[in-house]
Design a protein around this ligand. Sequence first.
Ligand code: ADP
Ligand code: ZN
Length: 721
Amino acid sequence: MSRARVLIMNSALGPLDYRVPHGMEVEPGSLVVAPLGPRQLLGVVWEPERMKSDAEVGDNRLRNLMGVLPVPPLTDAMRRLIEWTSDYYLAAPASVARMALPSTSALEGARTVTEYRATGNMPDRLTPQRERALERIADRQGLIRELATIADVSDGVIRGLVKVGAIEAVEVDIDSPFPLPDPDHAVPVLSAEQKAAADALVAGVERHDFQPTLLDGVTGSGKTEVYFEAIAAAIRAGRQTLVLLPEIALTEPFLQRFTARFGCEPVAWHSGLRQSQRRRAWRAIATGQALVTVGARSALFLPYSNLGLIVVDEAHETSFKQEEGVHYHARDVAVMRGKFEGVPVILATATPAIETRQQVEIGNYAELKLPGRYGAAEMPAIEAIDLLRDPPERGRWIAPKLVNAVDETLARGEQALLFLNRRGYAPLTLCRACGHRFQCPNCTAWMVEHRLVRRLSCHHCGHMMPTPHACPECKAEDSLVACGPGVERIADEAAALWPEAKTAIVTSDTIWSPAKAAEFVGRMEAGDIDIVIGTQLVTKGYHFPNLTLVGVIDADLGLGGGDLRAAERTFQQIMQVAGRAGRGEKPGHVYIQTHDPTAPVMAALVSGDAEAFTAAETDARREAGAPPFGRYAAIVVSSEDQSAAHEIAQLVGRSAPRLDGMEVYGPAPAPLAMLRGRHRYRLLVHARRALDVQDVIRDWLGALDWPSKVRVIVDIDPYSF
Ligand code: ADP
Ligand code: ZN
């Protein structure tokens, strides 16, 4: 009789054993449907010796597997990746595997999916609700449920529209192959510097073995062009490439450049895909048909059958660190995937993380440098504006020097970018009469005013309320004042200063889809925007030759708080945004407004001496035993019931093992003491590099019990301190 060990998705249980009925063929990695209680769940077959089961069941009590899905089994490399991620980040293997798998229906053998779209026929008598729904759907297409979500109505409303002929069904082929990128479509002429780097990367792809390489080139040096040559080599070898970008917003410029180089779009993988697109992409990736995929961090867990190359672009970006569900760092997992697959991994960035530099230092990663910008473009000059000496007028945020620079830029017909990493109008609203401050009911956070949509919103949980006219506390009317600036407020100031100029706000509120990003790029290129006011969303990826001035409104913004990476992150962010200036023939200029121009990070930005800054930061980290020289892990205990969370946090603290080379701090209220209605306490574990922190924490927490209303989450190598 044959049994199979199966890791069940959607279940907190460990792997379970099943009987393989006569005539069914399974192997490690097979995706199967397995019964659990009354349910039928998706599972992955695993080698029993590689995945221990706590529930040993005798042969006679085994239940039969119900079916095998008609998709290729997960490869050994993929399963090793799941095992490693689960071990390293202390996450349930099923939670990790789930990131790799779409829903069961998506895995079934169907070749087509029925979607719906507007017919263009307007029945004469429509209820206002149906009419609004139709307007929102316009030229969109999708499942009934997807259209209902777009239109913000119930499924029934969409079905009603189908009945009256306003919406029709269309069969969508989800089995058709993706176009194949042509490596010779538009081959660039590389500079000598670029060619040397590209040759080294191409040789790595041809060797087809594991090798992480830091591609360290200043902004505008042509890193993308250079790693495109490595992708071309992978395409020629018939192997797949995964390109990871830190956020969806960067997909659009990437797609355009890729298409220009290879003649067709790569396969995009992100949360905005419709189910039919998701199904088609997943299968084409699993069968090896899709040669190049670009995606945000979740693409890391796609089931490539024939991977040849991984590229992590903007590799320093902190958004690669996932802070929900499985807490993992996509850059680090990408390197591990490269190791298990036996393929090269390229980490491209102008401002490498200290952790990455250190890997180069100790010889684990190779390094390729592109020290100068491509062509005639020069690096922009960076100048600090001392806000104490040269302050803006009262109630304004743009200092006179920066105002002048914008004046001159506009007079030359060039574009300017004002950078402030804060969405909305103002980060804090208070009542002048009684001092009442608007706080989120679910989080330890102020409600942020978004004036364009007349709402206050919590940036942590999404809670929203209409901006009130009167103070809810003292009932005073028109007494509310906005404190501090967000991008909307800077946009108001810009409109007042330069009434003739065309401005655009670029944040996740305005650019929430690839289509919106494309529209923004189009308007910039057409010269339809003079001044961009944006958050970190505009700091990377974009290439606008006519953008010559960058003003950083508040360079000190990221330096507060106890984050050990605060200075490094500020340096990276400002270098990135500065990198948007002067990318074409016209020289760029950057002003950074700061209260402390002598702070080491500001001095380094102005002098352009990245190496000295990195060296000083690295020394400080070594001194403190901070990463990459020592390790941190955070244990966050949370519950809606504050005393329960507090009690368990105390228990975790009391049970901490006493070990040489490890200290445990706390419990203390977490930096966000309340989040989404849960009270949070945190313990911070600081350990010597050589200590197996995961093992220690596994044993430590494994011996404890807590009620189900309390959640205990471990964040290995945490980012938010
Ligand atoms: P990075 O990613 O390093 O910031 P990019 O790859 O975006 O740099 O290159 C900056 C600009 O220079 C882009 O518009 C790119 O197309 C152009 N460029 C870089 N190298 C070449 C080349 N060899 N031939 C033509 N254009 C190039
Ligand atoms: Zn909130």
